[in-house]
Design a protein around this ligand. Sequence first.
Ligand SMILES: [Fe+2]
Ligand SMILES: [Fe+2]
Length: 160
Amino acid sequence: MISQKLQEAINAQIVAEMWSANLYLSMSYFFAAKGYEGFASWMKAQAHEESDHADVLAQYVMKRGGQAKVGAVDAVPQEWASPLDVFEHVYKHECHVSELIDKLVDVASAEKDKASQDFLWGFVREQVEEEATVQGILDKIKLGGDVALYHLDIQLGARK
Ligand SMILES: [Fe+2]
Ligand SMILES: [Fe+2]
């Protein structure tokens, strides 16, 4: 059974994942309004992935005999200066999420809960991929300016 302390920490992460989902949905609508349909669709897929993360965490808490809860989610930003600004924000945010996940592993480890550590390591590894993907997009935007944006918009629009 999951400890009260770890349950609360994971429930807090569920809120953080829902905030991320809302952030990316907001970014998706921002891009759609500017005519970047590919970026808009990529961000929407990103938003769905984040709400999936929240659900995976919730299902885990319940499987371990705990109670999953969805707390209040703060409002997310709605405006950015440019596509570069948006992706810099995503990168910064994903690095922040990586820190949150690392701290969750620390809680599981302090509780001597091996199964939860194992479960959470999956999230640690996923964060490495998330950071790398966004870093790659950022590199391309910085390299190629407007031409890169045009091509990236088409490329990212292909994400399922
Ligand atoms: Fe996530
Ligand atoms: Fe993420």
